[in-house]
Design a protein around this ligand. Structure first.
Ligand code: CP
Length: 316
């Protein structure tokens, strides 16, 4: 693997999942592979899981790690070409990416969308600029439209816990007071399209996702009908895509989308975390026996580790 900016960088998903599970059983098997190699992790946004699991993954492979919170610690970056930089940006991505490449063997980047400028967000200007100007491989730790490390952890979790060959997996929208990105939902959908699962997406009318992402996946607007006989229920809020970045006025019909024990039935409850209790999901579900969110978060380490391993094995 030369980079991991999206699911298209995966050539053999089943092999990647199998390797991740082997790493989970034997995390230090490749502790020499990353010796004297450095991962530089750049955060333009907050993180708990991504930061700690990716750092642990790199450390398991013997890598050194540098973490920078870009917005608070670095010069404000300019991404536009030809700008007269006489306002608030102090350094251009062209120099920054080349300079960081001299200090890193792999660069990992987290940069969320604006949720105000759809075209800019969909251009993935932050991560694309790093890919363009850096001379080392880039890993996506959640960009404007994608969260492929999370999706790989989700695929590992479903593979580990599935009790049947082709489980029914439902992605359900749930309410949230703030406008949230589409990245987790987009990558989860893309991942389910690569897996042998019976997959359904459910959300209230008005919360349709990008058609280019949904493709021919089943969309069922009746949440109860969608959840019937589900084996895994993956719950996530996303803001409006058509009326970009907006949260539609909350109605009773939206608050009724909160996941309860009754809705979940015997299915496993999945969420990428962080999650708002008693908004997205009830305490009872989250604390109950069918919640697998902690296992999911644990698999973030092996998702990151298998990706870093694949990239390290292909470094020049
Ligand atoms: N799921 C996830 O990416 O968590 P963090 O935002 O805490 O990294």
């Amino acid at each position: 693997m030369k980079k991991y900016t999206g699911l298209d960088d995966i050539t053999d998903l089943q092999e990647l999942i199998a390797q991740a599970r082997e790493l989970k059983n034997n995390p230090y098997a490749y502790e020499q592979l990353g010796k004297r190699k450095r991962l530089v992790m750049l955060f333009f946004n907050s993180s708990l899981r991504t930061r700690l699991s990716t750092e642990k993954a790199a450390s398991n492979l013997g890598m050194d790690v540098t973490v920078m919170n870009f917005n608070s610690d670095a010069w404000k970056l300019e991404f536009e070409d030809g700008t007269v930089m006489d306002a608030d940006t102090s350094e251009h991505i062209k120099e920054a990416a080349q300079v960081i490449s001299q200090y890193a063997d792999i660069i990992a980047v987290r940069a969320f969308p604006t949720l105000t400028d759809k075209a800019k967000d969909e251009s993935e200007y932050v991560i694309s600029s790093f890919v363009k100007y850096a001379s080392v491989p880039i890993v996506n730790m959640e960009s404007a439209t994608a969260h492929p490390l999370q999706a790989l952890a989700d695929a590992i979790t479903i593979t580990e816990l599935a009790k049947k060959k082709k489980p029914k997996v439902v992605l359900s929208w749930a309410p949230h007071p703030k406008a949230l990105p589409h990245a987790v939902a987009n990558s989860f959908i893309g991942m389910m399209q690569k897996m042998d699962v019976d997959f359904t997406i459910t959300h209230p009318k008005g919360y349709e996702l990008d058609k280019a992402v949904v493709k021919d996946s089943v969309v069922e607007y009746d949440q109860d009908a969608a959840l019937k006989d589900a084996d895994f229920v993956y719950v996530k809020n996303w803001s409006n895509y058509e009326n970009y970045g907006k949260v539609l006025a909350t109605t009773d019909s939206h608050t009724s989308w909160t996941i309860t024990d009754e809705k979940l039935g015997e299915a496993r409850f999945m969420h990428c975390l962080p999650v708002r209790r008693n908004v997205i999901v009830t305490d009872s579900v989250l604390d109950g026996k069918n919640s697998v969110v902690i296992e999911q978060a644990n698999n973030r380490t092996y998702s990151a580790q298998v990706i870093l391993k694949s990239i390290l094995e292909n470094l020049n």
